[in-house]
Design a protein. Sequence first.
Length: 478
Amino acid sequence: MSLLVVGLSHRSAPVSVLERASLVGEEQAKLVQDTLVAEPATEAAVLATCNRIELYADVDKFHAGVAELSTLLAQHTGVGLDELTPYLYVHYEDRAVHHLFSVACGLDSMVVGEGQILGQIKDALALGQELHTAGRLLNDLFQQALRVGKRAHSETGIDKAGQSLVTFGLEQLAGDVPVADWAAGRRALVIGAGSMSSLAATTLARAGVAELVIANRTLDRARRLAESLAGLVPGARAVPMDAVAFELPHADVVVSCTGATGLVLTADMLREALDRRAEHPAAGPAGPGAAETVALLDLAMPRDIDAAAHRIPGLRLVDIESLAEAAADEPMAADVGQVRAIVSDEVAAFGAAQRAAHITPTVVALRTMAADVVAGEIARLDGRLPDLDERQRAEITQTVRRVVDKLLHAPTVRVKQLASTPGGAGYADALRELFDLDPQAVAAVSRADANGTRPSGSADAGRPGAAAVRYDPKRGRA
């Protein structure tokens, strides 16, 4: 396994750098496509969230791979390589697997245990599959990561700490008051209709806001979200993005999470909204006794709301930077140790499976060679004993095949077991050497697998799932 991950996150880089390094939509697609073009990489996937960007690749060479992936991240994020490098982390082989599994369980999240990362990992895998940049290794890796994350959430109490950034952000705004009590009767404006904004709108609706307005560049998407929440907030409505300035003075709570590259709410817009709010008190808080301070939650990266809002009286802004600081003070869940044990077990299992897969094409090639030997000897027997009837010939053929199968069974089963252990990669080479197998014969198994077939003499030919193993003779790995 030659898995490499190069990335940066809230744990390694300040928010100011993460904000500049964020990638959205087509930028992510271009990054993985360019990674695949790069010589050291044969597979690629990118995991990009509001607080991390990680590039995964199957590489031929470690040092060349690190240099290439780092350069690609710098080029595509627009952050200079010299500036970006101090914040990058690198994980290789089993450590890379361990890192992704930890991320999938929420152990590396800003809010420990949050479950939203699973959807983001799923999106990363879907993009790699759509662009055909994720091959066997990354498909196996990301699918296993999703299973590990689900296992951690189902078998432990990590969900107790597993708030989403939305919930955590609203709790920071609410202070010591329960979110439901704090939000009740308020007017909410949600800017954006993506996964994070949808979660925010749903959370606010369930918390009992009096009014809910959703603004989005694609109005139909905002309408669908508003309609889905109308049962919780009667009159929930959608507006286009150019109506945000009109809606802003009426809002007590504003949550913004868009893919915009520039500010959505500038300091001037916010000051003007506060002035209009003061001129028309009816536009102020809807609920009795609601605070006059307007609560702003910015979950976008790069930021949607001008950081100058922190200094404007009448506004309370919570953004990714302040969330990172607050999360650092949060106690770790008691179940974190159990989740870490699950991750370690799953990393070992994944490595064993990859090492076992390494030996399979060699075993198939050996059995194919044995089948060819049997076929050749039976053909020679036909020449020496042409008077054998079909029944006799079939019985002899079956007997010879049984003898060969029995002789090969124990060593091939044992070599697969040994190959799954640490350092077991050398058993494939030993098998090829002992039986004088042509490396091209092993390569032929891989080519046949790629076409969904196996050599006709293979013991695995026609077996369901047999074509799942592919082997790269250049790198000696399944």
